[in-house]
Design a protein around this ligand. Structure first.
Ligand code: BES
Ligand code: MN
Ligand code: ZN
Length: 484
């Protein structure tokens, strides 16, 4: 998509559709006249996500004007702008608009607003139907260019950053949506390598032999039930000049399919478990954006990847494995596999010298019960890193809720036969899962993000098709960008 920044101009922009943000109870001054009848008729109220398309509006060079209801001024956040711009772009794309322009109002035209708008429009172009071969594909109509009409300093780079993050989010979605017969663990590793090569990053793939030598027994125990070998992928970004000694690791769960293993899942809805690698896909996308934005902190992307299958070599409930950390784990439920592969990934990241750890995982059904599909759950052992993460999530417009991971939850994982069990009962399941991971983190500052409810949209929304959301890619990128 071609991106362009020009000075604010309401009537003179030449485009197929001009997008105007319209607040509730406070119409834009410039438009007051043209809109007064629409306002009076009650057709345009400015309610959030109300989209009104006007054709050949008098006095405008634009072929169409889309009035995008923004709701109350005081409640309008970056996340609202992202949704509104994406919903508008999806509507306009469906109408065949190729060249669209956006005029941002005073006070809503900061670099953050501009970047979020560009990102939203690029993400809005993504469709999940790549493998459809018939004519009803949604992907055939495309927006070709986006013009942002705004004035202010830093907006050029904000446009570029929005473009980079939007493209990275679409890469994440492309990977996340691939079916599990095509996206095996090795195929996922190949996607990471291809991204790294294209963006000048180094990337190493540890195969099963290497992982066996290193002693990654927790990951290998999960992998052994599948004919597809597992892997550990490490992607490195190094800044020209680091602002500190910090080495950030972003770690993503890469289970390409989760049958549950011997503790097999019910068949209904099992097809959704191809999305159990969304954390990994977000790491690949984030590393691409980081390579292009070049923040001043070192970032290591770590992806443990396996397929959780109930093959004849599969691990059993009752097995005890020795993790890379040396701690022994009693497998009580083979469906609690994400925490097992993360345990070895986290230990490995620490061995590589990473000083701050952030992991993202579609880890528990319990977080979906707790927070629904609206917010990701956040667990941490360090208030400073937690603060940075929540700030990054806010500026990325990704909603996150802080959840507890106190010692009581660790108690739930006690077992007689090994250092720790891999499940702690139904109650507080998201927190006991976090407590399991924490056991391998130790005192290193760490944040765990449970994205089981947010990584995949079950129903299409005006701003997004059904499918992967790319969460928490935006927060990963902002965390690196805002690192001082
Ligand atoms: N990948 C699932 C988490 C999941 C479950 C995401 C349902 C979305 C919906 C994870 O590997 C898993 O199976 N977790 C179990 C843990 C349990 C066995 C302690 C769960 O949440 O049911
Ligand atoms: Mn599972
Ligand atoms: Zn899983």
């Amino acid at each position: 998509m071609k991106l362009e920044l020009i000075a604010p101009d309401l009537t003179g922009v030449d485009c197929d559709a001009l997008l105007l943000v319209e607040f509730e109870a406070s119409p834009r001054g410039e438009l007051a006249e043209a809109l007064s009848t629409l306002r009076e008729s009650g057709e345009v109220t400015g309610k959030f996500l109300e989209l009104t398309l006007l054709h050949s509006p008098a006095g405008f060079k634009a072929r169409r004007v889309l009035l995008a209801g923004a709701g109350k001024r005081g409640k309008f956040e970056i996340a609202s702008l992202w949704k509104l711009a994406a919903a508008s772009a999806r509507l306009l794309k469906g109408k065949g608009a190729k060249k669209i322009a956006v005029v941002l109002e005073d006070g809503f035209d900061s670099p953050e607003h501009v970047s979020a708008t560009v990102q939203a429009v690029i993400e809005a172009s993504w469709e999940p139907d790549r493998l459809k071969t018939n004519a009803d594909k949604d992907g055939s109509r495309e927006i070709e260019s986006l013009t942002i009409c705004a004035a202010g300093s830093g907006l050029e780079s904000a446009v570029a950053a929005g473009g980079i993050i939007g493209e990275a989010a679409n890469l994440t979605r492309d990977i996340a949506v691939e079916p599990p017969n095509k996206l095996t663990p090795m195929a996922l590793a190949a996607r990471a390598q291809a991204m790294a090569k294209a963006n000048g990053l180094s990337c190493e793939v540890l195969d099963q032999d290497r992982m066996r030598q290193l002693g990654m027994g927790a990951l290998l125990g999960v992998a052994q039930g599948s004919a597809e070998p597992g892997a550990m992928v490490i992607i490195e970004y190094k800044p020209e000049k680091a602002a500190s000694d910090a080495r950030l690791a972003i770690i993503g769960k890469g289970v390409t399919f989760d049958t549950g293993g011997i503790s097999i899942k019910p068949s209904e809805g099992m097809e959704k478990m191809k999305y159990d690698m969304c954390g990994a896909a977000a790491v690949i996308g984030a590393m691409q954006a980081i390579a292009q934005l070049r923040p001043s902190v070192s970032v290591t992307g770590v992806i443990p990847t396996v397929e959780n299958m109930p093959g004849s070599k599969a691990q059993r409930p009752g097995d005890i494995v020795t993790s890379l950390s040396g701690k022994t784990i009693e497998i009580l439920n083979t469906d609690a596999e994400g925490r097992l592969i993360l345990a070895d990934a986290i230990t490995y990241a620490k061995q590589l010298g990473c000083t701050h750890l952030v992991n993202a995982a579609t880890l528990t059904g319990a977080i979906v019960v707790a927070l629904g599909n609206h917010q990701s759950g956040v667990f941490s052992n360090d208030d400073a890193l937690l603060g940075r993460w929540m700030a990054a999530a806010k500026s990325a417009g990704e909603k996150m809720w802080h959840m507890p991971v106190d010692d009581e939850y660790r108690e739930m994982l006690k077992t007689v036969y090994a250092d720790i069990g891999n499940v702690g009962g139904r109650a507080g399941g998201a927190s006991s899962a976090a407590a399991f991971i924490r056991e391998f983190v130790g005192d290193t500052p760490w944040v765990h993000v449970d994205i089981a409810g947010t990584a995949w949209l079950d129903d299409a929304k005006p701003w997004m098709p059904k499918g992967p959301s790319a969460i928490p890619l935006g927060s990963f990128v902002k965390l690196a960008q805002e690192w001082k």
